[in-house]
Design a protein around this ligand. Structure first.
Ligand code: FE
Length: 190
């Protein structure tokens, strides 16, 4: 049997209890997990970033009002009541976290990675973002400021990564394939 963390054991116990009492349908739980893992995934976010890289008007709309701009895509899935998109530039690098729990733009990025929910990431990225970024192998020049955004149930953040010069002129579809989930959280570069 694989080793499970305390949180996993608690989640399993809670799920069994809810099923036993007839409060949740296990098929529905599986469907939600399947939906966010495979059907939503980080590709929605990647499509949005690729469009922003190729369409300056869309990019302006996205940075001005993320929620309204992504409505143009008709994505399924919730958790984006208010989406704020923050742009990485040579001057500013943005990172997202939820210090309280694990708020995350599900409809854009699918299910959050395990480390996003880790108390160590949640507390340390705020206090020593450069050290945490270094652990993800992101090394920024000292002239680049690091800004950490704390997500909540009301506001979810997503990072608009910088487009590397080598991708200039690529199609929106090709660009989307280069955009990783971690880059949209701010813990990777492209
Ligand atoms: Fe949260």
């Amino acid at each position: 049997m694989s080793e499970r963390s305390d949180a996993e054991i608690r989640a399993l116990a809670l799920e069994s209890l809810l099923i036993e009492r007839g409060l949740v349908d296990p098929a529905k739980v599986d469907d939600i997990i399947e939906r966010y893992n495979n059907r939503v995934g980080p590709m929605n976010g990647a499509r949005v970033v690729a469009r922003a890289w190729t369409d300056p008007d869309f990019k302006a709309r996205l940075l001005n009002d993320g929620t309204a701009a992504i409505a143009e895509f008709n994505f399924e899935g919730g958790q984006v009541d208010k989406l704020v998109v923050v742009e990485n530039t040579p001057q500013v690098h943005n990172v997202i976290v939820c210090t309280l729990c694990s708020c995350y733009p599900w409809a854009m990025l699918g299910l959050p990675p395990r480390w996003y929910k880790d108390p160590a990431y949640r507390s340390r990225v705020v206090r020593e973002p450069r050290r945490i970024l270094a652990q993800f192998d992101v090394h920024l020049p000292s002239t680049t400021a690091v800004r950490v955004w704390d997500s909540s149930a009301e506001i979810r953040y997503m990072v608009l990564p910088q487009m590397p010069a080598r991708l200039l002129g690529e199609s929106e579809a090709t660009l989307a394939q280069h955009i990783s989930r971690d880059a949209m959280i701010g813990v990777a570069l492209i």
